[in-house]
Ligand binder design. Structure first.
Ligand code: GCV
Length: 658
C-alpha cells in the first residue's frame, strides 16, 4: 500500500468506526434508562425465563447468578440473596425472575453494592398497565412523540419497548385508543394484535384492547348492540373466542362508553353495570377482565365534576368480579392540579383502578419538563393505595427516536412503572434512580433531582394556580385561551364554564350552596373544602367563587396573590433553564442541546401563560398588577389572535413564538 492509500485506508476506517460508534452509542435517548453496555451476546432465548437469562448474560458483569423457582412466593415477587460467591434470584414465576434480574441490573447500573444482598420484593398491584391512545392510522390521540410504535411494529423497537416496560414491572398494555374504532375487532386487525402479543409475551406483558361498544353493529352487522340481547351476547362470545384462539393470554377489554360521543349501553336503555357485566361474562371463562371507564359527563350537567359520581354510585356493588372501574385521578380531566375524584372514597363495594396520564395533554405536551410523580403522590395522600385494584397510565410513547418527545418525559414512563410496583416509593427515590441510570456518571445530579421535584408545582403556578382549571386552548390543550367560547359550543368545553370570572371574582362555586360537589367527599373534607377560609388555597377557585379582594394567608388580596403565583411560575421555569445550562459540562452534547431547546420553549411559554391569563382576568378584576411582580410583555389582543395550527395528534414544535 502506498502512503496515500494507507492514509485513505486509515481515515476511512476511523470514519467508519466513528459512524459505528455514534450509531451504537449515539446519545439520542433511544436507549432510555437501559444504558448498560453489552457484555456478551445471549443465544437460545425462549420464554420469559429465557429473557431473564438473556438479560443477565448480556448485561451482568458480576459473579455467578442462579435463577431458582420457589412456589410459595407472591405472584411476580422475588428474592435476591447473596450466597457465598453466588447470587440467587428466587421467584414463583418466570416473570418474577425477570423482574429480579432487572432489579439486580439496576443495582449494577446505579453503582450500588451487590455484596451481601438480601432483597425481598413483590408488586403492590397485580395489574400495571399502559394505555396507548393509538389509532389504526398510526396517529396517537394527545400523543406528542410521533406516530404509534405499533403501526409498523419493528422488532428491535418492540423489543426495547418490552424490555423498558419489564425493567420497571409494567405487565400489560392496551394497544389502542379508548375512542376505539370498531375495526379493532376485525379479523385482520386481530391478526396484527396477535403479532404484537407474541413480541411482548416473552417480557411478561399481556395485551388488552379498547373496544367500541357498538362493534356488534359495526363489525358484526347486527341491528343492535343492546347488552341484554341474546344475539349481541353470542356475537361477543364468538368474538372473544376468536381473540383467545389467537392470543391465549389476552388480558381483556378497556371500555369508554357513553362518553364524549362514544357508544354505550345507555344508547339501548341499559346501564353501565349491564354493559360491563355482559362483557365480563363473556371474558370470564378465559380469565379476561373488563376495565370500564368512569370518565363520563353530559353536556347539560351543571357541574362536570359531579358527573362520574352521579352515574356510578348507584351501581356500587353491582359490577361483576372481573370488572374494574377505571377512574381518572381527578374528577374533571388530567388537569395540572385537581382534587382527587370523590368516587374513589365513595365507592365501597366496587373494584377500582386509577388512570393517570403520562402523556402531558394539559402539562405542556412534549415541550415542558414536568415530572409527574409528585402529582401521583399527592393523589395517594388522599386515596389509599390499598383501596385500588390496579394502576393504569396513558402512555407518552411514540416513534420519536427518544420515545417520549422530551428526554425528561421518559422519567414519567419510568416513574409510572415504579409507582405501580410500589406506590410507597417517593418521587425523589424514583427520580434519583432514573437520573442515575439515564444521565449517570455525569457529575452531580442533585440540581436536576431538585428541578424535577419542583417542576410540577412550577407548571401549576405558570398555568393554573390557586385551583384554576381547564382554561386551555379549545383545540389542542397546549396554551392558554381562558376566553375561548365559540357560540354554540357545549359550555363544558369552554374555559369560562370553569373559571367563571366576573366583576366580583373568579372560580367555580362547588360548595353546598353552589353545585354541592363538596358533598361527594367524606365529611371532614367536605367541611374543609366548603369553607373559603379553610379550603386549601391550592384548590381555592376549584371550590369557590373567590372575590378579588379575598384576603389570602400571605396577607395579599386574591388578585395580588394570583399575579404573584403566575410570576413565581415564570421565575421557576427560567430557573430550570439556568440549572440545566450549568449541567453542560456533565451532559453529552446532543441531549444537552435538545433539552436546552425545550427548556427555552418552556420559559417562553410560561410568560405566555402568565401574560395571557393576567391580562385577560384583569379585564374582570379591574385591579392593577402589583409593582413587585414582572409586568406582562405581550399584548392581550395579539395573544388572542395567536393560533398553533396543530391537531390533537401533534406536539407544538415551538410553543409560543411571537
Ligand atoms: C381519548 C380528554 C381528552 C380526549 C380523551 C378523553 C378521554 O377529553 O381531551 O382526547 O380521549 O379525555 O380520556 O377519553
Amino acid at each position: 500500500m502506498n502512503d496515500m492509500k494507507t492514509k485513505y485506508f486509515l481515515l476511512s476506517t476511523f470514519l467508519l468506526l466513528m459512524v459505528r460508534w455514534s450509531c451504537v452509542y449515539g446519545e439520542d435517548g433511544s436507549r432510555l434508562w437501559l444504558r448498560l453496555e453489552t457484555a456478551n451476546t445471549a443465544t437460545n432465548i425462549t420464554g420469559v425465563k429465557g429473557m431473564a437469562m438473556s438479560e443477565l448474560e448480556t448485561y451482568w458483569l458480576g459473579g455467578p447468578v442462579v435463577l431458582k423457582r420457589q412456589k410459595n412466593l407472591p405472584k411476580d415477587g422475588y428474592t435476591i440473596k447473596s450466597q457465598g460467591a453466588k447470587i440467587v434470584i428466587t421467584a414463583s414465576s418466570d416473570a418474577g425472575m425477570l423482574y429480579g434480574v432487572f432489579h439486580l441490573l439496576r443495582l449494577q447500573q446505579t453503582g450500588q453494592s451487590c455484596d451481601q444482598l438480601d432483597i425481598c420484593e413483590k408488586p403492590f398491584y397485580d395489574l400495571r398497565i399502559l394505555d396507548h391512545w393509538d389509532n389504526p392510522d398510526g396517529t396517537c390521540e394527545r400523543g406528542f412523540a410521533g406516530k404509534s410504535i405499533f403501526l409498523n411494529a419493528d422488532s428491535e423497537r418492540m423489543k426495547m419497548y418490552a424490555r423498558a416496560n419489564a425493567s420497571v414491572g409494567i405487565n400489560g398494555t392496551v394497544l389502542n385508543n379508548v375512542n376505539a374504532k370498531p375495526e379493532a375487532l376485525s379479523t385482520a386487525s386481530l391478526g396484527k394484535t396477535k403479532a404484537i402479543a407474541d413480541q411482548l409475551r416473552p417480557y411478561g406483558i399481556r395485551v388488552y384492547l379498547s373496544i367500541n361498544f357498538a362493534s356488534p353493529i359495526k363489525v358484526g352487522g347486527l341491528t343492535t348492540a343492546d347488552p341484554l340481547d341474546a344475539k349481541v351476547i353470542d356475537w361477543w362470545k364468538e368474538k372473544v373466542n376468536e381473540i383467545y384462539r389467537l392470543i391465549p393470554d389476552f388480558g381483556g377489554f378497556l371500555v369508554k362508553a357513553n362518553s364524549e360521543g362514544e357508544p354505550g349501553p345507555q344508547d339501548f336503555g341499559r346501564t353501565h353495570a349491564d354493559g360491563a357485566n355482559m362483557l365480563a361474562g363473556v371474558l370470564k371463562p378465559h380469565k379476561g377482565i373488563v376495565m370500564w371507564r368512569a370518565f363520563v359527563y353530559a353536556p347539560q350537567s351543571p357541574d362536570r365534576a359531579n358527573q362520574a359520581y352521579l352515574e356510578f354510585m348507584p351501581f356500587d356493588g353491582q359490577f361483576a368480579d372481573n370488572v374494574i372501574i377505571q377512574i381518572k385521578n381527578g374528577p374533571v380531566d388530567f388537569q395540572p392540579r385537581e382534587p382527587y375524584s370523590p368516587l374513589f372514597t365513595a365507592m365501597q363495594k366496587t373494584q377500582m383502578m386509577v388512570e393517570f396520564q403520562l402523556t402531558q395533554e394539559y402539562l405542556g405536551a412534549a415541550n415542558h419538563l414536568v415530572y409527574l410523580a409528585p402529582m401521583w403522590q399527592e393523589f395517594f395522600s388522599f386515596v389509599k393505595p390499598s383501596s385500588l385494584k390496579a394502576m393504569a397510565g396513558v402512555a407518552n410513547i411514540g416513534d420519536d427516536i427518544n420515545w417520549c418527545g422530551h428526554h425528561f418525559a421518559q422519567a414519567n414512563w419510568y416513574a409510572f412503572g415504579r409507582a405501580a410496583w410500589n406506590p410507597a416509593l417517593t418521587p425523589a427515590q424514583i427520580a434519583d434512580e432514573w437520573l442515575t441510570q439515564t444521565f449517570g456518571e455525569q457529575g452531580n445530579l442533585s440540581p436536576l433531582l431538585k428541578l424535577m421535584l419542583e417542576s410540577r408545582e412550577a407548571c401549576v403556578n405558570y398555568m393554573m394556580p390557586l385551583g384554576i382549571h381547564h382554561i386551555f386552548a379549545g383545540t389542542h390543550h397546549y396554551g392558554p385561551e381562558p376566553w375561548y367560547a365559540p357560540r354554540g359550543l357545549r359550555a363544558d368545553w369552554t374555559p369560562p364554564y370553569y373559571h367563571r370570572a366576573d366583576s366580583i371574582g373568579m372560580g367555580f362555586d362547588r360548595t353546598t350552596t353552589g353545585s354541592a360537589n363538596v358533598r361527594q367527599y367524606p365529611e371532614a373534607l367536605c367541611r374543609l373544602y366548603n369553607d373559603i377560609n379553610t379550603c386549601p388555597e391550592t384548590l381555592l377557585t376549584w371550590f369557590h367563587h373567590v372575590p378579588w379582594d379575598h384576603k389570602m394567608k400571605s396577607g395579599r388580596t386574591f388578585w395580588d396573590e394570583l399575579c404573584h403565583k403566575y410570576d413565581e411560575g415564570v421565575r421557576e421555569a427560567r430557573h430550570f433553564l439556568a440549572v440545566w445550562d450549568a449541567m453542560q459540562p456533565y451532559v453529552d452534547a446532543q441531549r444537552f442541546s435538545e433539552v436546552q431547546r425545550k427548556l427555552r420553549i418552556q420559559a417562553r411559554d410560561s410568560e405566555w401563560w402568565r401574560d395571557a391569563c393576567l391580562l385577560y382576568f384583569q379585564t374582570f378584576s379591574h385591579r392593577p398588577i402589583p409593582q413587585d411582580v414582572e409586568h406582562p410583555v405581550h399584548n392581550l389582543d395579539e395573544m388572542m389572535k395567536f393560533r398553533i395550527p396543530i391537531s390533537m395528534y401533534e406536539n407544538p414544535e415551538n410553543g409560543y413564538n411571537k
